[in-house]
Structures are given as structure tokens and as C-alpha cells.
Design a binder for this molecule. Structure first.
Ligand code: SAH
Length: 201
């Protein structure tokens, strides 16, 4: 997976490659998908949700340019896999998940993989961010939004980075947003296809 799907497609951040070598992805996919755990595609994790294609996880993590000191918010914890990757790259990760059963699964998967030490999984609506731990050095959103939620921009530190899929489900762009001097600018990293970012209630 690391050499064929990631390095060969231009993932260059050694810390990202190392993290994805080290983290046992098979522990984050449902039992009946274990044989496909390292395949080049998203996989179902129940409740109509998916664990992203490994390349997308790597690209998003690399875009955030983490060095190991950061506090990161992940919106859409799902299986917990992406949170585990971020946990290996940053100091502290808050992963928020709307579906309580998936939040419980993410906690269980992270515990089984021995990755819970610097990660907390919160059940809630991540489109509102998570104010108690804000501001964040970086925010990673694993579900597609119609637009960048204002709360996430507000909870980003100055000079912080936010990566988020924006647009209708079949035609999204992955945006990398930077906040500088209170203003934001962004560029498109790639086209993508994520499950929708939903609202609580
Ligand atoms: N990062 C996950 C990918 C999960 S798919 C992984 O590595 O497995 C996206 C997840 O976002 C789904 O679990 C979905 O339930 C969740 N989600 C959708 N809208 C959300 C919201 N408003 N707040 C928090 N989580 C949300």
C-alpha cells in the first residue's frame, strides 16, 4: 500500500508514510472487509459510511504539514483510522463523530491498536467544531460540505490549516484552507468524493 498507492502517487512526507506503515489498517475495517484492508478504495464501515481510500487519507494528512506539536480536530471519525494517522503526526487529536455507534467503534478500534493515548473521540456534530479545545493548529474534515462551515474557520488558529471536501457528493473538490492574519485563502488539492457532512438532529 505505502509503496504502490502512496509513494508512487507523490506522497513525500516521510512521517505520513511511516505512520501509514505502522498503523494496522486491518484493525479499523469491519471483519468481513479485512482481506481488502490495504486495497486502493474506500470500504464500508456500516451506517452508510466509509473509511477513505488510503491515498486520500495520506494526501489530506500531508496537506496539513504536521510536525508533531499540533492540536488537531478531525471531523468525521468513522472507523478511527484517519484519527490514528493524525495522532502519529501531531501532539493531540480530537476526533468528532456524529453517529454514536461509529464513535464507539472508533474508540474501540483505536484502543485495540494502542493509539488512544493522545486521541479523544467525541460524539457530536463536527460542523460546529468543538469549542472546548479550540483553537486548533489544523482541522481535517472527512465528509463533504456545501461550503466551509464558519465555526471551523473560527476555531482555526492564525496560520492554521484546514482540509475539507466541498461540493455535491459526486463532484467535490478537496480544499486546503490557510488562515493568515484573520483572513483565509484556499486552493484545490484534488477532486474527490466523500459522504456528506450532516447536521445533528
Ligand atoms: N475519517 C474516517 C472516515 C469516515 S467517513 C475514517 O478514517 O474511517 C465520514 C464520517 O463523517 C462518517 O462516519 C459520518 O458519520 C461522519 N459525519 C458526517 N457528518 C458529520 C458531522 N456533522 N459531524 C461529525 N461527523 C460527521
Amino acid at each position: 500500500m505505502v509503496s504502490h498507492q502512496l509513494r508512487a502517487r507523490g506522497i513525500r512526507d516521510d512521517r505520513v508514510l511511516r505512520a501509514m506503515l505502522d498503523i494496522p489498517r486491518e484493525q479499523f475495517v469491519p471483519r468481513d472487509h479485512r482481506a481488502a484492508a490495504y486495497s486502493d478504495e474506500p470500504l464500508g464501515i456500516g451506517h452508510g459510511q466509509t473509511i477513505s481510500q488510503p491515498y486520500m487519507t495520506a494526501l489530506m494528512a500531508q496537506s496539513l504539514e504536521l510536525e508533531g506539536t499540533e492540536t488537531v480536530l478531525e471531523v468525521g471519525a468513522g472507523s478511527g483510522y484517519h484519527a490514528a494517522v493524525l495522532g502519529a503526526l501531531a501532539a493531540h487529536v480530537i476526533a468528532i463523530e456524529l453517529i454514536p455507534e461509529l464513535a464507539a467503534t472508533a474508540r474501540e478500534n483505536l484502543a485495540n491498536a494502542g493509539r488512544l493515548a493522545n486521541i479523544v473521540v467525541i460524539t457530536g456534530d463536527g460542523s460546529l467544531g468543538y469549542p472546548p479545545e479550540a483553537p486548533y493548529d489544523a482541522i481535517s474534515v472527512a465528509a463533504g460540505a456545501a461550503d466551509i462551515p464558519r465555526a471551523l474557520i473560527e476555531q482555526l488558529k492564525d496560520s492554521g490549516r484546514l482540509v475539507i471536501p466541498v461540493g455535491p457528493s459526486a463532484d467535490q473538490e478537496l480544499r486546503l484552507v490557510r488562515k493568515q492574519g484573520g483572513a483565509i485563502d484556499w486552493h484545490v488539492v484534488t477532486n474527490c468524493r466523500f459522504v456528506p457532512l450532516r447536521q445533528a438532529g
